[in-house]
Design a binder for this molecule. Structure first.
Ligand code: FAD
Ligand code: 2HG
Ligand code: ZN
Length: 462
């Protein structure tokens, strides 16, 4: 199912009164003018219409909302910053949106334990800043940092720019407080690292895309802050050389923090969308942005590693934060630049490292075979084998290109969702990544934790 236009969005006046009693009337938003920002997704491809938007301020208020919804058979879509890219946070069929934005408390950093407790509505940027002020770092970072929330990144198990070194959100998550679809509140925020006491519920909720419970608070692990950072943009004549170079850099550099790929076409689009000067006097087919970070200056280490590479046609190095931001702009600008030419079909996939070059070379022709008016944009976290395939041109609801690309990925033993999740966008293809037994087990878990099926009914399962 592609972009869906919402059905009737109706809120029973009695339910509205109950919700207002639970969270305060000013936190129940009704009517298109008040709910528009919550009804459509960031790409513009998924458009819905919520019955109302409720903005709870505490876990107890979230529990009260779930209780009301269960008793009145009302479905719920949890929403954080609404930056998700698979239509998971959109009320496609008139659901109630539960927006966690008010639950944005950022607790004191526990410097000894290197942990922090934060509300689900805290933005990634706020948590990163708090960690930084305490001399530590929160390891997850992504382009949507100013809007994306901790709850949303937990629900999607967001990966981001530094996965290569630190892993994804699941690796940072120590404990959660959440209200499940059963109405039960679970809370395990003590921060003990060794705690083998049965099922690890934070891990289960992480990546569950709002289908099992609403996360309200999280206990997060913090990492060492590396104050010395160097970024290099390497230019290559072809994809195979770039992929081979990344393999070598990874084996030589333990301090590698990011390895990001983009192509000449994407760079040109970003430069024209934001009036940027290109990084090199002449264009190259492929670019890889590499960042290293350490407690001491890593410039010489990076230079020595780059010297060992073959196939590098040009290099730009940035050592201060202004120069580094300028190089990152070429990579991070892709998502916004692509949005300027239409609502893209976003296919976020992982390939085994030995199939990456073949995939990047071949996928544009697979798209063109299905729709010769479509344009394919490729970029992503090459160090993780994660490529973002964006396709512009096909209508929002035309899924032929999605189908062809995802089937091609599966044929190469890749994953049809690397880091954005399944959401509404990819639920028809879940079977390409999971066996019947796995999907049935997921359904069993869903039935147990959300017996009335009120949580994110448009997500994950077909
Ligand atoms: P939303 O969009 O509001 O929600 C996302 C999903 O989580 C929905 O299914 C929603 O129902 C559910 N959800 C939200 N809050 C809760 C909660 N408290 N409890 C339960 N369920 C909840 N992703 C990456 O992995 N790596 C990247 O590098 C990356 N870069 C991005 C760059 C840009 C410019 C943009 C726009 C997005 C990017 N993303 C990236 C997508 C990514 O999924 C989100 O940015 C982030 O994880 C979502 O956070 P959010 O608060 O906006 O969630
Ligand atoms: C990124 O890595 C994000 O920039 C967004 O995951 C990817 O826009 C996309 O497809
Ligand atoms: Zn990404």
């Amino acid at each position: 199912v592609a972009a869906e236009t919402a059905g009737v969005a109706h809120l029973d006046p009695a339910v509205r009164r109950l919700l207002a009693d639970a969270v305060g009337a000013q936190h129940v938003l009704v009517g298109e003018e008040s709910t528009a920002a919550y009804d459509n997704d960031w790409t513009g491809r998924f458009r819905g219409r919520s019955a109302a938007v409720v903005r709870p301020g505490t876990t107890a208020e979230v529990a009260a909302i779930i209780d009301i919804c269960r008793r009145h058979a009302m479905s719920v879509v949890a929403q954080g910053g609404n930056t998700g890219l698979v239509g998971g946070g959109v009320p496609l069929h008139g659901e109630l949106v539960v927006s966690l934005g008010r639950m944005a408390t950022v607790g004191e950093v526990d410097v000894v334990a290197r942990q922090i407790t934060v509300g689900a509505g805290a933005t990634l940027a706020a948590v990163r800043d708090a960690a930084d002020r305490a001399g530590l770092a929160y390891a997850i970072d992504l382009g949507a940092r100013d809007s994306a929330t901790i709850g949303g990144t937990i629900a999607t198990n967001a990966g981001g720019l530094n996965f290569l070194r630190h892993g994804g959100t699941r690796e940072q998550l120590i404990g959660v407080e959440a209200v499940l679809g059963t109405g039960r509140t679970i809370s395990h925020l003590g921060g003990l690292l060794k705690d083998n006491t049965g099922y690890h519920l934070p891990s289960l909720l992480c990546g569950s895309e709002g289908t099992l419970g609403i996360v309200t608070v999280a206990r997060l692990r913090l990492a060492t802050r590396h104050d010395h950072r160097v970024t290099a943009l390497l230019a290559f004549g072809d994809v195979a050389a770039a992929v081979a170079a990344i393999g070598r850099l990874r084996s030589m550099l333990e301090i590698i923090e990011a390895a990001e790929l983009f192509l000449d076409t994407g760079l040109n689009l970003v430069c024209s969308a934001f009036q940027l000067r290109p990084p090199f006097p002449t264009g190259h087919a492929v670019y890889v942005l590499v960042e290293v970070a350490d407690v001491q200056d890593p410039t010489a280490t990076l230079a020595a590693a780059v010297d060992h590479l073959t196939g590098v046609d040009d290099v730009a190095v940035a050592v201060d934060s202004v120069q580094r931001a300028a190089l990152w702009r070429y990579r991070e600008g892709h998502t916004t630049a692509i949005n300027t030419i239409g609502s893209p079909h976003k296919l976020d996939v992982t390939l085994p490292l030995d199939r990456l070059a073949e995939f990047i070379e071949t996928v544009p022709s697979i798209v063109a075979m299905v729709d010769d008016t479509a344009t394919t944009w490729l970029f992503g976290h090459i160090g993780d084998g994660n490529i973002h395939v964006n396709v512009t041109g096909p209508a929002d609801e035309d899924e032929r290109v999605d189908d062809a690309v995802l089937r091609y990925v599966a044929s190469l033993d890749g994953s049809i969702s690397a880091e954005h999740g399944i959401g509404s966008a990819k639920r028809s293809w879940l079977g390409l990544g999971r066996s019947e037994a796995e999907i049935e087990t997921m359904r069993d878990i869903k039935r147990a934790l959300d017996p009335d099926r009120i949580l994110n009914p448009n997500v994950l399962f077909g």
